[in-house]
Design a protein around this ligand. Structure first.
Ligand code: ASP
Length: 313
C-alpha cells in the first residue's frame, strides 16, 4: 500500500481541500495540487481575507499577496501587492513556470497578469466597502479618492494595526506519496493596510518555505514579525538540524518572542515534516482563529488539527 497524500490547511483553507484532493488523485504534481486547493478559497466571497471577498487597503483598493514553493528544488513563485487579479495563486504559479524570477510586485505583477490573461476588474464587495468607509469615517478620514490622495495615511495605518483586522491568509501544505512537498499562500493582507504594504505571505523564508529533505512551513497572522525573524525558513532549518517537529515550532516561536518593538502580535506556524507529521502552533491564542484542517487522502473526512500554544516565552 502506498502512503496517502497529506494536506494541511490553515483557517480559511478548508473550502479548498476537496479540490486539492481531487487534483492529487488525478495524478497532478504537488504545485498543481496547491494551486487547485487555493483557487476555490480565492473565489469564495464569504472569505473576508483572501481573493474576491478580501479587504482593501486604506485607499479602498484590493492588493493581493500570494506564493507557492516546490520542495524538490526550492523554486518559488510569488506576487506581491498585485491588483486586479482574481487568482493571485495562479499568477504566482506563472511566475515560477514562465519567468527566471521568484517574485513580482505591484505594477509589474499586474502587467504580467495582463500578459498571462489573468487580469480582471476587481473591487471590494459592497458590504466590505461599507465596512471600509465606516472605518475611515470613525478615524476622521475622507472617503473620496481625490481627498484621500492628498491625506497623510500613516496615522490611520497605525490604528488599523489591531489583531482583529491585521490578519487572515489561506495556507496549504501538501506531501505526495513519494515525499514531494509544496506550500502555498494567498491573502488580501492586513485590512486597511498602507498601500504597497507586503505581508509575509509572498516572502520566501518568512511566510513560507518547503524543502523535501526536511519539511515545510507556512505562517499566518502578524507578517511583520515573521519577516523580521525569517520564521518559515528557521523552522525548516531546525528540522534539518534534527529537532522534532513540535520542538522546532516551539523554538521558532521562542525566537519570535525575543523580538523587541515594532508591530508585535499573534503568529501561527503551520508545519509538516518530511514524514508528513503536522503541527499548528501559535505564540498566543489571543486574536487567533482555531480552525485548522488536516486531510489524508481523497474522500477521507478532514480532521481538526489542534492549535497548540507555545510555552516558555
Ligand atoms: N500574514 C498575513 C500578512 O501579514 C496576514 C495573516 O495571515 O493574518 O499579510
Amino acid at each position: 500500500m502506498t502512503d496517502p497524500w497529506i494536506f494541511l490547511a490553515g483557517c480559511e483553507g478548508r473550502g479548498g481541500l476537496a479540490a486539492a484532493a481531487e487534483a492529487a488523485s488525478a495524478g497532478r504534481d504537488p504545485l498543481s495540487v496547491i494551486e487547485a486547493g487555493i483557487r476555490p478559497v480565492e473565489a469564495d466571497p464569504a472569505i473576508a481575507t483572501v481573493g474576491m471577498g478580501g479587504a482593501p487597503n486604506l485607499l479602498g483598493e484590493l492588493e493581493f499577496d500570494a506564493a507557492l514553493m516546490r520542495g524538490s528544488d526550492r523554486r518559488s513563485g510569488a506576487v506581491a501587492a498585485v491588483r486586479q487579479v482574481p487568482h493571485p495563486i495562479t499568477l504566482a504559479r506563472r511566475v515560477l513556470e514562465d519567468l527566471p524570477h521568484e517574485i513580482l510586485a505591484g505594477e509589474g505583477a499586474t502587467r504580467f497578469a495582463m500578459e498571462c490573461g489573468l487580469q480582471a476588474e476587481m473591487r471590494p464587495l459592497e458590504h466590505v466597502r461599507r465596512k471600509w468607509k465606516a472605518w475611515l469615517g470613525r478615524h476622521g478620514l475622507p472617503e473620496s479618492p481625490e481627498a484621500l490622495r492628498d491625506t497623510a495615511l500613516s496615522p490611520a495605518c497605525r490604528k488599523s494595526a489591531h489583531p482583529d483586522i491585521a490578519r487572515g491568509t489561506t495556507v496549504l501544505i501538501v506531501r505526495d506519496p513519494r515525499g514531494g512537498m509544496a506550500v502555498g499562500t494567498s491573502t488580501s493582507g492586513w485590512a486597511w493596510k498602507y498601500p504597497g504594504r507586503l505581508g509575509d505571505s509572498p516572502i520566501c523564508g518568512a511566510g513560507f518555505f518547503a524543502d523535501d529533505r526536511h519539511g515545510a512551513c507556512a505562517c499566518t497572522h502578524t507578517g511583520e514579525m515573521s519577516i523580521r525573524a525569517g520564521s518559515a525558513r528557521l523552522l525548516v532549518s531546525l528540522l534539518a538540524r534534527g529537532l522534532e517537529l513540535e520542538e522546532a515550532c516551539r523554538e521558532t516561536l521562542r525566537d519570535l518572542g525575543a523580538l523587541q518593538g515594532g508591530y508585535l502580535g499573534p503568529l501561527i506556524l503551520h508545519a509538516m515534516d518530511r514524514e508528513g507529521r503536522t503541527c499548528v502552533m501559535a505564540n498566543t491564542l489571543e486574536g487567533t482563529d482555531r480552525r485548522y484542517w488536516l486531510q489524508t487522502g481523497e474522500g477521507v473526512p478532514e480532521d481538526r488539527v489542534p492549535l497548540v500554544p507555545a510555552q516558555g516565552h
